[in-house]
Design a binder for this molecule. Structure first.
Ligand code: PLP
Length: 380
């Protein structure tokens, strides 16, 4: 597929049409699974030869084309979201100054903390929902890391304002896992790199771990080339089965997202009005602190919300009383899932003990609500 058709089509179409093999009579429509550790030797001068299983795979290339077209950049896939995130961090040397959201994916925060110890990094934290404060904290930073909406507080950053005003010498990375390229495309706003845990909504079926980095097309610092070299040597490559599963999942990303997002809005409203729920965090709600920014900057409010119940014990009793919702970490599957975040010892103390992160799937919304409603009623 050519860049011009990706640019002409709407994302719903790109998700279906990108990363297909050439239309040859009687050839498969889909990129077949290619479990190959090596390839028959080709002349050293052949620029299209892959050569070895750690250097490439037709299945990775198909998925990278599709995710790259959706984000508007050049994509590399990895064995997990953390492998992709670590590959980005590995671009930076000793003494790096990084700014990250005060709340962000715990694994990313831990990987940065490791580099403080080992490589003398400085990690600053700021609230990404306050663009002015975030930009002030970004002064002199080599690496600006954003996640929006954030895990698990569902805070919304003003990506456009931050991308426009940040210092040109810095590298801006946006973890776009929660929004997906259907809701926001950070590279169009001026980010350098986008990170995805494609394990989550892009894949959508809770059966594969996979990460992706997408580099901007205007890539003055050759992030793409340096990441590709790093992946060859670091070996954090995706599996062929995983890229196959994730590309299959990506084909239905727009319809899964639309269905889950519509249900999330309905459930957020009902939970908001329920007397047992202290607070609902969902940018679709008119009184949510992120509502105006999400309305201006995102094409939808997403499939993730968090609720707060009275305390940890109440939240655990509520989760135990559910029958349809699955108690599990992770998110973005067709199955609605939830967990109390503070059950993890590493979770930040600023996350309320009774906060439950909810990932809305594609079941019928009335069945999802009935399950929540009976579990809330059981708390009395
Ligand atoms: C899950 C997740 C990651 C890490 O991805 P894995 O595929 O689990 O390694 C990074 N960022 C966010 C926002 C996530 O939800």
């Amino acid at each position: 597929m050519t860049d011009s058709s990706a640019a002409r089509w709407r994302p719903e179409t790109v998700a279906v049409a990108a990363g297909r093999p050439a239309r040859v009579p009687d050839a498969p429509l889909n990129q077949p699974l290619v479990p190959a550790a090596t390839y028959v030797g080709a002349p050293a001068t052949d620029p299209t030869a892959i050569g070895y299983g750690r250097y490439g795979n037709p299945g990775w290339q198909a998925l990278e084309q599709a995710i790259g077209d959706l984000e508007g950049g050049r994509c590399l896939t990895y064995g997990s979201g953390m492998a992709a995130g670590s590959a980005i961090l590995d671009l930076f040397g000793p003494g790096t100054v990084v700014l990250r959201p005060a709340h962000c994916y715990l694994g990313v925060a831990a990987a940065m903390a490791q580099r403080v110890e080992r490589h003398g990094w400085t990690v600053r934290e700021a609230d990404p929902a306050d663009a002015e404060a975030f930009l002030a904290a970004a002064r002199g930073a080599d690496l600006i890391w954003l996640e929006s909406p954030t895990n698990p507080m569902i805070e919304v950053a003003d990506l456009a304002a931050i991308a426009a005003a940040r210092e040109p010498g810095s590298t801006l990375v946006v973890d776009n896992t929660f929004a997906t390229p259907l809701l926001q495309r950070p590279l169009e706003l001026g980010a350098d790199l986008v990170l995805h845990s494609a394990t989550k909504i892009i894949s959508g079926h809770s059966d594969a771990l996979l990460g992706a980095v997408v580099a901007a097309n205007s890539d003055d610092h050759d992030h793409y080339g340096r990441l590709e070299a790093g992946r060859r040597l670091g070996g954090a490559i995706p599996g062929s089965l995983e890229t196959y599963l994730v590309l299959r999942g990506l084909r239905t990303l727009p319809v899964r997202l639309a269905a889950a997002q519509a249900s999330a809005m309905i459930l957020a409203g009902r939970l908001h009005d329920h007397p047992a729920v202290l607070r609902v965090r969902y940018p679709g709600l008119a009184d949510d602190p992120g509502h105006a920014r999400a309305t201006a900057g995102m094409a939808g409010f997403g499939t993730l919300l968090s609720i707060e119940l009275a305390d940890a014990a109440t939240a655990d009793r509520f989760i135990d009383a559910l029958g349809l919702w699955v108690f599990a970490t992770s998110l973005g599957g067709v199955e609605s899932m939830l967990e109390r975040r503070r059950r993890w010892p590493g979770e930040l103390p600023t996350v309320p003990p009774g906060l439950i992160r909810m990932s809305v799937g594609v079941e019928h919304v009335e069945d999802l609500w009935a399950d929540l409603d009976q579990a809330l009623a059981a708390l009395d």
